[in-house]
Design a protein around this ligand. Structure first.
Ligand code: MOS
Length: 699
């Protein structure tokens, strides 16, 4: 692999190129795409968690002025493929979860569609449902593979024997709740079906995945489906996969015969139709010798999936590579429940799993009488304990030490309840962060240079608010050895050269590598065929993401250390977090401004996870009762104190030509554990169940 020698733009804090359009309201999000004479779609959702629709009376809705069509399982177009049951919308009487789409109204105005949807009368044959996630269920099963491809179970050595003979042991169970994605822009589709094919303006992280799902659902040639997404108002994983709403909108567009159909999920509908982070129950067992060296690590996870479609959160996967111990075990078991389908949410696996592991590490450090930073450093592995491969770079210890220095950790009295100020107990905590470096196959980029020296870079990448519009232009400018102003970028359209998703923190690695490949081809061709001069007619080349030749020889991960200072009120249990500090080692950061924002956003979301986020399920009805932003609390400015973000100048020549490792997920990993550990230090109360609410501190 050729690294990029010239790094003039990479690393610079270039302001977002799409910033002016966004702040002036001229950046078109999916729902705002100007289309002529649209119709509006509104959904009707099942009010039972399991059973069948026996009768559905649409007479009153259809009689309403402005209603064009009421779609139910009785009259909806038949879909071509039922391989994905989540997308099998309006095809049968079966109800598999509360909130499932059972009808939809297409009308001239959104208000009419909404009103008409409320006039539809539905009768059900109800069956008993089961939405109870417990670790002692007798029907738990191991999935064949975890999301991301990992095996559900791994074992090295003899964990039980090592735990029996360990000088110090810990056996604790940690739980994380169901959490919902709440990007500012909801899941939205504008669908137009004409003789030429289907165009979708979609709020998505993965236009090619949407295209493939829609084409397969309708038996269409993929070339007849176009997905356009120039600006996306946030995406934490729910927009990385297609959900039923896009299929429904396409279906309605088919019925609308050329008229555009607009569908935007309401915030409440997002809680049943846009996936969620699965709740987890994690038993962590650790054993250590008298010097604080881990001899055994076991992480056994029980988590939820849906009856109609399996999703296996890779919760304990990070535990496989974080710390050294000769005896190791991880397992994942699923309960298939009558609930909506879970999916990926910012750092799926690492985020909930590192809550369990990093709180356990804090508890174990205390049990060993060691400082939690020194305990982690003592258990640093020389190589990836799972694969035996060396790390391309692993600077966890450097992050921990640098953070400790900036956080004045040295003078910290480890005794709980040692600091108090006017009724507030004060504590500090630390936890590690990590995330793998993923490279998705199959991205291609086209670069065209015109005689006037302008470069156009085209790739169907997506900017979900992360800074793609700017970062990819920076990579192209450095790869082409030109000024940033000379590079025009085209992204957000499946008509552009194929690209992988904005997800798994893989975008910059995958797309950037394709752009660098195209740039090298262009420079070679210019030199070889045109004497270094751009020909009059210009020159155009295609590049692709190459396989990483180092992938089979190295383990590739980013790392970080997060520090939290908390105040807990002795009388009320109120928790404040005046200070968070994150020091990260994630290779080269492409854009210091947008990269900083990504990590800051991740840590903010981590604080939100620690203290607030919790989708409360009513087991009697099988639905999330706090299904809006009034009751599903997300951290706002008032909840956030100082959040400091910094990173090491990490050189990693093996991950990709840019030397970058990805920042989208790393920031949220470990934050909740750092806060939890700080709360223990402040109060002496160990909370093993997220979120950490006041009631738990007053028990
Ligand atoms: Mo990220 S959970 O892959 O959008």
């Amino acid at each position: 692999m050729t690294g990029l020698p010239n790094k003039r733009w990479i690393g610079a804090p270039i302001p977002r190129r799409d910033g002016p359009a966004k702040v002036t309201g001229t950046a078109p999000y999916a729902f705002e795409q100007p289309v002529s004479n649209p119709l509006y779609l509104h959904l009707v959702q099942a009010t039972i968690a399991r059973g069948q629709v026996t009768v559905i009376d649409t007479t009153a809705a259809e009689a309403l002025d402005g209603v064009v069509l009421v779609m139910t399982h009785e009259n909806a177009p038949r879909l071509a493929s039922d391989t994905d049951k989540e997308l099998w919308v309006l095809q049968s009487v079966e109800v598999a979860f509360r909130g499932q789409i059972i009808a939809a109204v297409l009308a001239e105005h959104p208000e009419i569609a909404h009103h008409a949807a409320g006039l539809i009368r539905v009768g059900y044959q109800q069956q008993p449902h089961d939405v109870d996630l417990r670790a002692d269920r007798d029907d738990l099963y191991p999935p064949e593979i975890l999301m991301g491809g990992g095996h559900p179970d791994t074992t090295h050595g003899d964990v039980e024997a090592a735990l029996m003979s360990a000088a110090v042991t810990l056996d604790a169970t940690y739980t994380t709740p169901m959490e919902h994605h709440n990007p500012m822009e909801p899941h939205t589709t504008v669908a137009i079906w004409t003789d030429e094919g289907l165009t979708l303006y979609e709020s998505t992280q993965a236009p090619f995945r949407i295209r493939a799902a829609v084409a397969s659902s309708f038996g269409l040639d993929e070339r007849r489906v176009r997905v356009v997404c120039p600006h996306v108002g946030g995406g934490f994983g729910s927009k990385a996969f297609p959900h039923a709403s896009v299929i429904l909108a396409a279906m309605a567009a088919h019925c609308a015969r050329g008229r555009p159909v607009k569908l935007s999920l309401t915030r409440q509908q997002m809680f049943s139709l846009a996936s969620y982070r699965t709740p987890t129950i994690q038993r962590v067992q650790l054993g250590a010798d008298t010097s604080g060296r881990l001899t055994a690590i076991a992480h056994d996870v029980v988590e939820q999936t849906a009856r109609i479609k399996e999703f296996a959160e890779p919760t304990a996967v990070a535990t496989r590579m974080m710390y050294a111990a000769p005896n190791r075990r991880t397992t994942h078991r699923l309960a298939a429940l009558d609930l909506p389908v879970p999916s990926i949410m910012r750092a799926p696996g690492e985020c909930p799993g590192m809550f369990g592991l990093e709180v356990a590490m804090d508890e174990m450090a205390i049990a060993c009488g060691m400082d939690p930073i020194e305990f982690r450093i003592r258990n640093e592995p020389d190589v990836d304990p799972e694969s035996g491969l060396p790390f391309t770079s692993r600077n966890l210890a450097v992050c921990l030490r640098e953070g400790a220095h900036r956080f004045d950790w040295k003078g910290r009295d480890p005794t709980p309840r040692a600091r108090r100020n006017y009724g507030w107990l004060i504590g500090t905590g630390v936890a590690s962060s990590t995330y793998p470096v993923f490279r998705m196959p199959g991205s291609t980029a086209k670069i065209r240079v015109s005689a006037d020296g302008r470069y156009t870079v085209a790739i169907a990448a997506v900017d979900i608010g992360t800074g793609t519009w700017t970062a990819l232009a920076q990579i192209a400018a450095d790869a082409l050895h030109v000024s940033l102003e000379d590079v025009e970028l085209q992204i957000g359209d499946s008509a552009l050269p194929r690209a992988s998703q904005a997800g798994a923190a893989s975008g910059i690695t995958s797309w950037g590598s394709a752009i660098v490949d195209a740039a090298l081809t262009l420079l070679t061709r210019l030199e070889r065929d045109h004497g270094g001069q751009v020909p009059q007619e210009g020159l155009e080349v295609i590049g692709a993401t190459p396989d990483n030749p180092y992938a089979e020889f190295y383990a590739m991960h980013s790392f970080g250390a997060q520090f939290a200072e908390v105040r807990v009120h002795e009388d009320t249990g109120e928790v404040r977090v005046p200070r968070l500090l994150g020091i990260f080692a994630a290779g080269r950061v492409i854009n210091a401004k947008t990269g900083h924002s990504q990590l800051l956003g991740g840590m903010t979301m981590g604080l939100s996870m620690a203290l607030h986020e919790n989708s409360v399920l009513d087991p009697r009805f099988g639905h999330v009762i706090n299904h809006d932003l009034a009751e599903y609390h997300i951290a706002t400015s008032a909840d956030i104190g100082s959040v400091e973000v910094d990173w090491l100048d990490e050189e990693d020549p093996y991950v990709n030509p840019m030397g970058s490792k990805g920042l989208g997920e790393l920031g949220i990993v470990g934050t909740a554990a750092a806060i939890d550990n700080a709360i223990y230090h402040a109060t002496g109360i160990r909370i093993r169940e997220l979120p950490i609410t006041a009631d738990k501190l007053l028990r």
